[in-house]
Each structure stands twice: as structure tokens, then as C-alpha cells.
Ligand binder design. Sequence first.
Ligand code: ACO
Length: 350
Amino acid sequence: MVIEIAGTGRAIPPERISNQDLAEQIDTSDEWIRSHTGIEARHIAPPHVSTSDLAVEAAWESLKFAVARAEVEEPGPEELARTLDLIVVGSTTQDYYGCPSTACLVQHRLGAQKAAAMDITAACSSFIYCLETAAALILADRRRKRALVIGAETLSRVANWNDRGTCVLFGDGAGAVLLEKRDYPEENSGGAGPGRSRGLLRTILGADGSGWEHLIIRRGGSREPWKSGETVDIPPHVEMNGHAVYNFAVKVITETMAQLMEEESLAIQDIARIVPHQANARIIQAAGKRLKIPEEKFYLNMGEYANTSAASIPIALDELNRSGQVQKGDLIITVGFGGGLTYGGNLIRW
Ligand code: ACO
């Protein structure tokens, strides 16, 4: 049994805010943002659009894609949605605080009545965590066959628009992939993990909770709840120790890519594309330099979307897929890091 990606989709809010637009509001410049991050613009959801709205749009796109490419037998996306066994949403900006999960809202809107639904929060590593979790859950029971994995964020809602050190980094968006369990008789069967030659081949997941404070939305949880009568000057927002996150990111993405290639006996020539979390081009360049990976192996789109956290990798996968830049049989590495601190990577045969 293998777990393959049968469809991809994305949702990008139309409103585009360039660095220049930001420079008219806060003390920053296009030159600073570009040179320090590689970011040129970000897309921001309008006030009436929430994370689940973007997630649902990306989900429908992925289902339509699978139907259009005849990856599934169902005649339309609605029929396909009804067959889903599982919906997993990765997000740091869920519609509601803790309950209900955003995945339940998505399940309802898709009409995916038989799907179990849950959210996973691993900040910007969420999609990598979600992919492995969903794959393992559909492999765990012979009656389960299909899962929808979505990374969706409205980070503009938790950005502190007065803090130039963080607000310039983030954007909104969603990406989705349809996972399908398939049985190829010639494949090595068995549990999840190495030994497979198609689909999701291998995942590395990790965390270093000692860095919990380096990227944090401090207020509103059980540790520092809002108190009745309290005046709120700034809504819940991201605080970040940029240097600590930067150093952690370069270290863990270097190690994760090296480990994936080493343990699977792969050389960089074997990998068609590396799809990193789109936080900062300098982080990716530094890691690439350490491993002597040519820059063109990395797919970068943070120039247009900035850091969309859990959504950044599935948005990039969808762009690659729809533009034909990945072909069936290509080996892809995803790699990412985020608050927690967390990190991980997937090795996928497309
Ligand atoms: N515009 C202009 N100047 C700025 C801006 C800005 N937007 N932001 C900071 N500066 C200034 C600082 O005030 C500082 O000025 P000073 O020297 O007069 O004090 C100067 O620029 C240098 O600031 P640094 O923080 O040292 O800049 P650095 O080169 O480290 O870049 C950055 C900062 C881009 C945030 C970097 O540390 C970084 O990318 N870190 C990783 C962040 C990241 O990836 N976060 C996402 C994690 S994923 C998740 O889970 C959401």
C-alpha cells in the first residue's frame, strides 16, 4: 500500500500588499525587506474571510483537480468529498479558539459527512506534521482510503502591524492535497515508512520545546488568559526572537535534508525539487550552501506570498503541480521549521 498525492489546490486572497505599500504605513523599506527576507509582497484576506474560508476554497480546488486529471473514479468534486475518510487542517490561526476545530468547519462545508476531522498545530511545520499523520491514519485501517490535508492561515489577524520586525514577514493563504491509498501489487507493502518506492516515502518530524518562547502568541491561552474588564491595546499577536528562530531554522533544515538523503541513499541529483517552508530566502540559501545544493533546486515563492506558515508548502506544491514543474516519478523533498520550536521534512515520489 502506498499513499499518493492525487490532487492539489490553493487559495490566495486577491488583495496584494507590496513592500512599498507597507513602507507607506510603517518605518520600513522595500530594500530592507527584500534584502533581509526575499519577500516582495503578501496577500491579505478581507475582514469577512477566515481561515476556514481559504481552507475550503483550496480543498475544492484539490478535489476538482483530482477529478479533472482522472486520478479518482468519482464524477465530480462533491461526490469525491463524500468519500473522504479524514480531513486534517494545519493552522496557527484557526477560526475559533480551541473549539470547534477548523477541520470540522471544512468537513461541514465540503459535505464530507463520513470524514473524521481534526486540526494539528505545529506552527509553520504543521503541513509536514499533517501529511505524515494523515498518511499513517489511512494506512492504519483497511477501510480508510482518502484524506484531505490542508494548510491554511490568516496570519494577518495575528500580526502586530506596529512591529516592523514581524509584520512584514507574514501573509494569508491556503493549500490542500488529496491523499489516496493505492495498492500496487509490485510494491513493498507493510507499515508506513522506508522501503516504499512511490508516494509519501519517508517523513522526519522533530521539536525543540526549549525554544517555546522564541515564537509565541502570548495572550489568550490558559497561561495568560484575558481578564474580564481588561482593555486590549493590541489583539493577540505573534512575538518573535528573529535571531534565535533564524539560527534554529538553518540548523534543522540542513540536518533534515541531509538525514532524508543519507538514510534513503539519495544524492542531490536524485531530487527533482526541494520545497522549503517559505519564511526567508536567506535561511534557505544558508542551508543550501552548507549542503552544496544548487539554488535552483529550491522552489521559492515567498517573493509573492511572504510566509503563510502552514500553507506555504502546499501552496508551493500546487504551483509546481499545475505548472507541470513536477512530473510523476519525480522525487520531492519538503522541509520546514516553525514555532514550538518544530521542524520536519517529507520525501515524496510524485
Ligand atoms: N524594516 C526596516 N528595518 C528593520 C525591519 C524592517 N521591517 N525589521 C527590523 N529592522 C531593523 C532592526 O530594527 C535593526 O535595526 P538596528 O540595527 O538599528 O537595531 C536592523 O533592522 C537589523 O535587525 P535584525 O533583527 O538584526 O535583522 P536580521 O538581519 O536578523 O533579520 C529577520 C530579521 C528577517 C526577522 C530574521 O531574523 C529572520 O528571518 N528570522 C527568522 C524569522 C522566521 O523565519 N520566522 C518565521 C518562523 S515560522 C513560524 O512558525 C511562523
